[in-house]
Every structure is written in structure tokens, then in C-alpha cells.
Design a protein around this ligand. Structure first.
Ligand code: HEC
Ligand code: HEC
Ligand code: HEC
Ligand code: HEC
Length: 416
């Protein structure tokens, strides 16, 4: 495909280091500044400088957390390797680009810390397609995993090295957000009479959000009317076009056969691991139902209780991409690969501890001493009900469908 640079991502290492190093020897342009060998030297090129017309682009690659690391390989913290690299290439390059599979939080941190970095092309496994977001003077963007989106990002580059602040699209999005917050506040204030301190705190949080959004809108609107204050240095602009591959595209039978075959191989490979002795930080629903029978039998009838069975039915019960959201684990409550592949039956469901966070084991042993959270915040749901998986998710509506019955005292129960 004539690519100039590809950063090594965590999943690229899944088939072993040898495959990557041999393709590198054949000229494939892998980059990674933080994958090191036993001597602490980079295993791949840390950076690549490309001349495009009169512009020199400096491209650095950083690899996100890999588990497990292949033998003999270490992953250095970007905080150790990145600052020196960017300082080194800054004087020689016009535009600085980072290819990163670090977490969204780390990418944001880098953008805040290194104002000379212009663009982060991210490859996070958790966030999907993402329109360019500006943090200071760095744009962060990514397309969804596994080639589900194809995109072109064209950049109109100028000497100023400053991105144009104003984006109509951003403004529309902020206004929509403001509308949603106003609506939320209206509903919350109607219930203010509840006078619960935590509820009032929640209102305060939403009010704070609203203030931030209002300020962002004002800043952008000011920029729109004053333009770029007449400086001769033109700001840089960009245009992105990320297109989803259509779901309606017909399947190619040869490819479908290959995919089905590989899924079967993965299934057979892992199928004998169930029940292996592995420690778990969670109790599982069996450890809760004895004292909370009313909630237990309600939950049993929800689709959450069948979420793992859904994967079994699809022969996907050992697919590490699917498991985190369909079992008692989640992108926030992460279980390790070993744990995910040897789940005891009591964790084979979206269970109590997905929603009621807290020290499940301690609470089940001494319920009076260790409390579970009762209310379930929207962001807990959204960790699984993502845009990609559930684009019509409506918190209030869906909460009503799954909220356990309240007002039924816990029984003394059998302590697990
Ligand atoms: C040994 C009995 C026992 C077990 C086991 C147990 N609980 Fe509880 N739980 C209680 C008692 C007692 C309370 C106090 C409130 C009550 O009387 O309803 C409580 C309260 C709660 C509350 C409400 C907290 C609040 O702020 O009102 C939640 C949520 C909860 N438990 C979830 C769980 C979950 C999840 C598990 C499994 C990890 C679990 N419980 C296991 C006895 C138990
Ligand atoms: C650990 C991941 C996870 C969390 C957290 C989670 N869900 Fe789900 N939810 C799922 C999965 C997976 C399914 C589909 C289960 C199936 O049928 O296989 C589902 C199904 C549902 C359904 C039934 C299908 C539908 O859309 O009508 C509702 C309602 C629902 N979830 C609401 C919620 C709400 C509300 C929250 C937060 C309070 C929440 N969920 C938290 C993973 C999760
Ligand atoms: C980011 C979390 C997440 C991941 C990863 C995920 N799912 Fe789900 N899945 C959900 C949620 C949430 C729902 C419920 C959606 C809804 O309510 O419409 C769901 C629903 C489903 C359903 C529909 C269940 C029904 O009976 O209607 C199937 C089938 C399914 N998932 C299979 C998979 C497979 C196979 C994978 C892996 C390739 C996977 N899921 C990965 C969150 C996830
Ligand atoms: C998808 C999220 C979700 C799951 C899974 C879930 N709950 Fe709940 N649970 C809720 C919500 C929402 C409420 C209501 C909170 C409120 O209205 O304050 C609730 C309330 C409760 C309460 C408080 C009851 C009261 O009288 O105040 C207990 C106890 C409880 N759940 C136990 C469980 C147990 C045990 C399980 C597993 C068998 C479970 N929950 C699974 C979301 C969940």
C-alpha cells in the first residue's frame, strides 16, 4: 500500500516479535520509540522524517500497553523516551506527528505537555472513530479499529504552525451539548425537593459542565467575528473525511470461510481453559443473591444475565474483543486475559458488581461495614453501551428497564 510509517500497536505483537522484525527487514516501515530490547535499545525505528514538497514532517511512533510482552522486550514509559525525541527533531521539522496507541488520557496529556506537537493519530482500542479534537495546538484523531473506517485527512499547512481555531462543526456540537445539559438541569431541578446532598452535588456538577460549554462557545464565537486578527501568518486548516464501511456490503464467501475457520480455532484453543485455577477480584452474582433475593431474581430476567450466553451462541465466548462487555468485567473493571479466558460460571454474565461498584467480597462478608454503591452513574453504562454498540442508548429509558427493585430489605442470607 506504499505506506511511509506504521506504529507498532499492542495487537501487532500478538503474532510474535519475529514476524514484525522480519517484515521490518524486508522494508516495512514499523516505528516505535518505546519498545526496547534487553540492552534498552529501540527494537524499531523511533521516528521517521519525510519530506513532502517543501515541508518536512517528523513522525514518531509510541506503542500502548502490551500484555503480555514477548520475552526479552520491555516497554518504556513515554515520559522517559518522548521528550528527548521531540526536542531532537523539532528544529529540523515543520510539522510534528505522533502515531500513538496509548490511552486517550495519555494522548491528551502529551498534547497538553508538548505544544510543538501538531497531530496525534491515535489507535486506541476503546474509542472508535473520532473527529479531530483540538487540545491546545495539537489535534487528536483516530478512525475505528480493524479497518472499519477509511479516511482521508487533508492538511493545508502554513508556516505559522497554528491550527485554525474555528470549526463550525465544533460549534454545532457544543450548542447541541448545551441544549442537552439545559434539558438535564430542568429535569433535575424538578426533583430538587429530594434535598439529598449527593443529588444537589450532581446538579452542581451539571451546572459546572454547562458553564464550561458556554465559555467554549463564547470563545469560538469571538474568534468567528474577529477572524484571525489580520496577522499575515495564515493558520493551518484541515479537512477530514472518515467513511464507515457499509454494513450492507455483501460478504465474500471465501473470506467468510477464513474468518469462521479462525474463530473456530480460537474457540478450540481456549475452550479447555474454563475453570482453571485463577484468582478473581470479584464475588460474582452467586455471592450476592443469597442476601438480595428480590434483586437477584429480577436481574436474572434481564438481558444482562444472558450476555455471556449470547457469546456462547455465537461461538464467540473466547473472543477477547467481545468478552469485556459481556461478562462481569468491563473496560473500566478490567480483568486480565487469563481471567477472561477462565471465568467461573458466576462471572459469566454482566453481573451485580458491574453496576454496584465497591468491595464486593468485603461487603458480602461484612455488609454493614463495607458499602456498595447503590446508584449507577450513566458513565458506568456507557463503558459498555458505547456509540458503536448501542448508538440509541438513552440512560433514563434504559435504566428503567434494568434498575433492580428497591425497598426490599436484604435477608440475613448465607455469607459466602
Ligand atoms: C451477607 C448478606 C449480604 C451479601 C452476601 C451481600 N449483601 Fe448487599 N447488603 C446487605 C445488607 C444487610 C445491606 C444493607 C441494606 C439493606 O438492609 O438492604 C446491603 C446493601 C446493599 C446495597 C445497597 C447499598 C445502599 O447504599 O443502600 C447494594 C447495592 C448491595 N448491597 C449490593 C450487593 C452486591 C452487589 C453483593 C454481591 C457482591 C451483595 N450486596 C452481597 C447484605 C448482603
Ligand atoms: C459490562 C458491560 C455493561 C454495563 C456496565 C451495562 N450494560 Fe447493559 N448490556 C450489556 C450487554 C452486553 C447487553 C446485551 C446482552 C445480551 O442480550 O447479550 C446489555 C443489554 C442491556 C439492555 C437490554 C437491551 C436493550 O438495549 O434494551 C438494557 C436495557 C441495558 N443493557 C441497560 C443498561 C443500563 C441502564 C446500564 C447502566 C445502569 C447498563 N446497561 C450497564 C452490557 C452492559
Ligand atoms: C464495548 C462493549 C461491547 C463489546 C466489545 C461487544 N459488545 Fe456485544 N453488546 C454490547 C451491548 C451494550 C449490547 C446491547 C446493545 C443494545 O442494547 O442494543 C450488545 C449486544 C450484543 C448482541 C445482541 C444480543 C441480542 O440478543 O440482541 C450480540 C449478538 C453481541 N452483542 C455480540 C457481540 C460479539 C460477537 C462481540 C465481539 C465481536 C461483542 N458483542 C462485543 C456491548 C459490547
Ligand atoms: C445494569 C446495572 C445493574 C445490575 C447488573 C444490577 N443492579 Fe442492582 N440496582 C441497579 C439500579 C439502577 C438500582 C436502583 C438504584 C436507585 O434507584 O437508587 C439498583 C438497586 C439495587 C439494590 C438496592 C435496593 C434497595 O432497596 O435500595 C440492591 C441491593 C441491588 N441493586 C442488588 C443487586 C444485585 C444483588 C445484583 C445482581 C444479582 C444487581 N443489583 C445487579 C442496577 C443494577
Amino acid at each position: 500500500m506504499k505506506v511511509d510509517a506504521v506504529a507498532v500497536g499492542p495487537l501487532d505483537l500478538a503474532s510474535g516479535l519475529a514476524l514484525l522484525t522480519s517484515s521490518q527487514q524486508q522494508g516495512f516501515p514499523w516505528l516505535s520509540a518505546n519498545l526496547l530490547d534487553q540492552q534498552g535499545l529501540p527494537l524499531f525505528q523511533p521516528l521517521y522524517i519525510k519530506k513532502i514538497g517543501k515541508i518536512k514532517a517528523g513522525i514518531i511512533g509510541l506503542t500502548g500497553a502490551v500484555s503480555p510482552l514477548p520475552p526479552g522486550v520491555t516497554l518504556a514509559d513515554w515520559r522517559v523516551v518522548f521528550p528527548a525525541l521531540i526536542e531532537k527533531i523539532r528544529p529540523q521539522c515543520d510539522i510534528l506527528i505522533l502515531l500513538s496507541s496509548l490511552s486517550p488520557a495519555e494522548n491528551q496529556e502529551i498534547a497538553r505537555q508538548f505544544p510543538s506537537l501538531h497531530l496525534i493519530l491515535a489507535a486506541g482500542r476503546q474509542s472508535g472513530n473520532m473527529i479531530p479534537q483540538q487540545v491546545n495546538n495539537t489535534l487528536i484523531t483516530q478512525t475505528a479499529a480493524q479497518g472499519k473506517y477509511q479516511g482521508i485527512l487533508s492538511i493545508d499547512w502554513h508556516k505559522s504552525g497554528r491550527w485554525e481555531q474555528v470549526k463550525g462543526e465544533e460549534l454545532t456540537e457544543l450548542r447541541n451539548r448545551l441544549g442537552a445539559l439545559d434539558w438535564q438541569l430542568l429535569r433535575m431541578r424538578k426533583r430538587e425537593d429530594l434535598q439529598q446532598p449527593e443529588y444537589l452535588d450532581k446538579i452542581k456538577l451539571v451546572e459546572k459542565d454547562r458553564e464550561t460549554v458556554t465559555r467554549q462557545i463564547e470563545t469560538i464565537e469571538k474568534g468567528l467575528t474577529t477572524g484571525l486578527s489580520g496577522e499575515q501568518e495564515t493558520a493551518c486548516s484541515l479537512n477530514h473525511n472518515f467513511l464507515a464501511l457499509q454494513r450492507s456490503l455483501p460478504e465474500a464467501p471465501e473470506i467468510t470461510a477464513i474468518v469462521t475457520g479462525i474463530k473456530q480455532q480460537i474457540h478450540d484453543l481456549h475452550a479447555n481453559r474454563i475453570g482453571k485455577k485463577v484468582q478473581f477480584p470479584l464475588v460474582g452474582h452467586e455471592g450476592c443473591k443469597s442476601c438480595h433475593p428480590a434483586q437477584g431474581s429480577f436481574w436474572q430476567e434481564t438481558r444482562h444475565a444472558r450476555a455471556y450466553q449470547t457469546l456462547v451462541d455465537q461461538k464467540q465466548a473466547f473472543n477477547l474483543t467481545c468478552l469485556p462487555c459481556h461478562v462481569t468485567s468491563s473496560p473500566v473493571l478490567a480483568l486480565s486475559t487469563d481471567q477472561l479466558l477462565s471465568l467461573p460460571p458466576t462471572l459469566q454474565a454482566v453481573g451485580c458488581e458491574n453496576c454496584h461498584t465497591g468491595p464486593g467480597g468485603s461487603h458480602a462478608g461484612q455488609p454493614e461495614q463495607f458499602q456498595m454503591t447503590k446508584q449507577v452513574a450513566e458513565k458506568v453504562c456507557l463503558s459498555c453501551h458505547t456509540q458503536e454498540r448501542d448508538h440509541t442508548f438513552d440512560y433514563q429509558k434504559k435504566l428503567a428497564l434494568i434498575a433492580c427493585p428497591t425497598g426490599q430489605a436484604a435477608t440475613k442470607g448465607r455469607r459466602p
